[in-house]
Design a protein around this ligand. Structure first.
Ligand SMILES: [Zn+2]
Length: 410
């Protein structure tokens, strides 16, 4: 349903209720002349946010657990468990699970996501085709950007050829996971070579260990500079940062900032699979310190209900809440950063045009059950409604904002 106006909305500092007029999928500066084209949505004093953006998600291995036992909580075991499930699951199940994941993201207020598409000799490019089907099916609700992702590395036969084929067919981002190959630096070199061939940005799974001695950050920064890729590379996980002594961590963050490498924190997986030393520790990259030193940061879902993240539930506000607890984000500024990390920051990372309750911006909006912006991260409130380009794509039950079918008066 196309919404023409949102009344009784709170945005910005939220001190007073305001009206947003929507026109041609954008937020208009003032009421447009003539009738508003669409219905009126009354937000009933709730907070209207820029819609959530998931910078890193895996749709093709969502819901593999189906309530079952995730098994050993380690990265290697999770990769093996998913690879073995992959062989037994039919494509119809993978498609149904991915569809369920996307529906969940929309319900949770997400209107754009970057999905890592697995490519390996077993599945070939089947999952690329599956994602294209989903892209078309969901295009009115969620914008999907696809990453060519060699989850099991380049050591397997035909991998360079397969990834090359995926990029040649139009996948716009080159992915990678250097830690799965015997020679992680060679993996990095192949990623940069393929990205250069097709002029794509790079999105890596990197440094997913508690051992800073195995960090590839310096090797990556070196390659980013050599290829002139500053501002076009982002890295997910990077739990090594949390395991570094303070001075080494500060140097590493400065190196990322200088190379224009963005950081994406993935709490549901990072906290579950990382930090298993004795005594137990919890590992999450320090996004607030990264931000303070000039690194662009985002926070994303990664996995949903699978051996990488049995508690992954597609809820970005809850992921930000978990990160807030883990990083002790007590100040309003730190909570504001967490909110940016699931809204405008990932949008910028994906190269999307400005969106949110701001005049001139695209009307991709999320209305949450909170009456103060400062509460959004600490309460992780339910999402009441999701709008994409001024169109209502999700709303829930009795607590939802009220939509009037009558056209608004000019
Ligand atoms: Zn991932």
């Amino acid at each position: 349903m196309l919404i023409g106006r949102i009344e009784d909305a709170r945005f910005g500092d939220g001190a007073e209720l305001a009206t947003l007029d929507l026109e041609l999928g954008r937020v208009a500066t003032a009421r447009p002349p003539g009738s508003v084209n669409g219905a009126v949505l009354n937000a009933r004093g709730r907070v209207v946010l820029p819609a959530l953006v998931d910078a890193h998600v895996h749709l093709d291995k969502a819901f593999l657990l189906d309530g079952g036992d995730p098994g050993e909580a380690s990265l290697g075991a999770a990769i093996r468990a998913v690879a073995s499930a992959r062989e037994s699951l039919g494509p119809a199940t993978v498609l149904a699970n991915a569809r369920r994941a996307l529906e969940l993201l929309v319900k949770n207020g997400v209107t754009a996501a970057r999905a890592h598409v697995e490519i390996d000799p077993t599945v070939g490019l089947d999952l690329v085709h599956l994602h294209r089907t989903l892209q078309a099916e969901f295009e009115d609700r969620i914008e999907l950007e696809l990453v060519a992702f060699p989850q099991r590395g380049f050591d397997l036969p035909r991998m360079v050829e397969l990834v090359n084929e995926a990029l040649r067919s139009g996948l716009p981002v080159m992915g990678g996971a250097p830690y799965v190959d015997a020679d992680p630096r060679r993996h990095l070199d192949l990623v940069f070579e393929l990205a250069a061939r097709y002029a794509t940005p790079i999105d890596l799974h990197l440094d997913f260990t508690d051992d800073p001695g195995r960090s590839l950050l310096a090797a990556l920064a070196e390659r980013v500079k050599a290829h002139g890729m500053q501002g076009h590379v982002c890295i997910g996980h990077v739990t090594t940062l949390a395991a570094m002594p303070a001075d080494a961590q500060a140097r590493a963050l400065d190196m990322l900032a200088a190379a224009g490498i963005a950081l994406v924190v993935l709490p549901a997986t990072d906290l579950y699979l990382g930090g298993h030393g004795e005594p137990g520790t919890r590992r999450l990259a320090p996004l607030e310190r990264a931000h303070a030193r000039g690194v662009h940061v985002a926070l994303a879902n990664n996995n949903l209900a699978n051996p990488f993240a049995p508690f992954g539930n597609g809820n970005l506000l809850q992921a930000a809440w978990v990160a807030g607890v883990t990083r002790r984000a007590s100040s309003p500024a730190e909570r504001e950063l967490l909110l940016a990390a699931v809204t405008v920051n990932p949008a910028r990372l994906l190269g999307l045009a400005a969106h949110g309750p701001t005049p001139g911006a695209h009307a991709h909006l999320t209305i949450v059950d909170a009456t103060q912006r400062g509460d959004v991260i600490s309460l992780a409130p339910p999402v009441l409604a999701t709008l994409r380009a001024g169109r209502l794509v999700h709303t829930i039950g009795h607590a939802a904002p009220h939509v009037s079918e009558q056209r608004a008066e000019p």
